[in-house]
Design a protein around this ligand. Structure first.
Ligand code: GAL
Length: 418
């Protein structure tokens, strides 16, 4: 992320500036996030409520744009200006990148008091720590390899809920014939990549996904299996409506909710939209593992990284925020709204619906059987430069007549981005 010289200069400058009497940022947290859809806004509102109940004011720094496509730019600008927010939604390997810039705060005090080491899986704590110290707090676990289905649309079209790609395309054909949109999609690079990674998982299995999209093995990236993945993606394109370009993911989900479309590939933040619309899992909508991915689980863990703040009151409020996020009360209410599942141990599953409990069970099973994989499309697997280059290739494939053969070559090259 090559911010270092700029950040250091800005930090030095801000130290000079605060020689003037500091504004009293007493008991306030400013939190940058991109949770702006209906379900997401309800989820983050719970944190705001909880902080206010603890006497901490909430300054909302929301930057719209799915998967944080605009949030990172806004965050960089603020950090370079020497005025980082208290916390920001940053996840996966990016936490290490920000840690390397020297701008993240040590929140070990909250972690020790809350016994985080014993409540979180070690794969998660590793990501939340920079050089052995906690700098971020995890919020949830999202599963990415889902297919969201409107059962009424299936019934109208005489189609069956699909388990593999043959069944998926058979269902898509029937929905299309019935005059409805088979696949709801928003033509944005991150959404294209979300579909792509589920297709790779379905076509090649978890072992292949891991070699290709996590380890970035060149032979796998150019293999016949990857060519087949792009062929499958090309076929999927033919079932997307002509107005998809630029459409936000939640508007695509709304098409499934309203019965205009039959199915959507999307992580379970989509469930937050169904829930916010009063729809019931298993009745009004189905959550199926994306075709051919039943035994695998691609995870996407949201977290709030904490920035170095100078005012002692704000530092205290920052630790209060970190502790609140890890509390069982927050993890329950947030995830009920967000569509995800709690990341920490010790939260009752009683209130969670069938999609969430399936997610919990499938995650445990995949973890045992070796099918638990980090989501590449959602910043869990590889560094941001490589992920960005791969996203560009997939988006280009979705929006042009690029052949699968050309795509795999471009993909292999993108994976070498430094
Ligand atoms: C994901 C993020 C989710 C959700 C989604 C759409 O990357 O992890 O929390 O916000 O993007 O913006």
């Amino acid at each position: 992320m090559k911010l270092k010289p700029l950040v250091q200069a800005a930090l030095a400058l801000s130290t000079l500036v605060i020689a003037a009497p500091a504004v009293n940022a007493a008991a306030q947290v400013e939190v940058l996030h991109y949770w702006t859809s209906g379900g997401e806004a309800k989820s983050i509102a719970e944190l705001k409520k909880m902080m206010e109940a603890k006497g901490v004011a909430w300054k909302d720094f929301a930057v719209a744009g799915g998967a944080g496509e605009n949030a990172t730019t806004a965050l960089k600008a603020r950090v370079i200006a020497g005025s980082a927010p208290t916390a920001a939604q940053i996840k996966g390997p990016s936490i290490q990148e920000w840690g390397g810039e020297g701008v993240l705060a040590n929140i070990d005090a909250a972690a020790t008091e809350g016994k985080w080491d014993s409540l979180l899986p070690s794969v998660v704590t590793k990501v939340m720590k920079y050089q052995g110290h906690y700098v971020a707090v995890p919020v949830n676990v999202h599963r990415v390899n889902w297919l969201w289905v409107n059962p009424e649309v299936l019934a109208k079209a005489g189609a069956k809920a699909p388990g593999n790609f043959d069944e998926f395309f058979a269902a898509a054909d029937k929905i299309k014939k019935a005059g409805l949109v088979a696949i709801a999609h928003g033509g944005q690079p991150w959404q294209d990549t979300t579909v792509f990674e589920s297709v790779v998982l379905g076509v090649g299995g978890a072992g292949f996904y891991d070699k290709a999209l996590v380890k970035l093995d060149q032979a796998s990236l150019t293999s016949p299996t990857m060519i087949k993945s792009f062929e499958t993606l090309a076929k999927i394109k033919t079932y997307i409506d002509k107005d998809a370009a630029g459409r936000d993911w939640n508007l695509a989900t709304a098409m499934v909710i309203n019965g205009k479309a039959g199915m959507q590939f999307m992580g379970d933040w989509a469930k937050g939209e169904f829930t916010a619309a009063g729809k019931v899992a298993g009745k009004d909508f189905l959550c199926l593992p994306a075709p051919g991915t039943e035994k695998a689980f691609t995870f996407n863990i949201d977290s709030l990284a904490m920035f170095k703040v100078k005012n002692p009151e704000e530092q205290k409020a920052q630790l209060t925020l970190a502790s609140a996020v890890m509390s069982p009360e927050f993890q329950e209410v947030f995830n009920l709204n967000k569509g995800s599942i709690p990341v920490r141990a010790g939260v009752s599953r009683a209130k969670f619906d069938s999609c969430a409990t399936r997610s919990m069970d499938d995650m445990a099973a995949a973890s045992k059987a070796g099918g638990l994989e980090p989501s590449m499309a959602h910043g869990m697997a590889i560094d941001s430069a490589k992920a960005g280059a791969i996203q560009d290739v997939v988006a280009k494939f979705m929006n042009s007549t690029m052949t699968p053969q050309a795509a795999v070559q471009a993909l292999a090259k993108a994976a070498k981005t430094k």
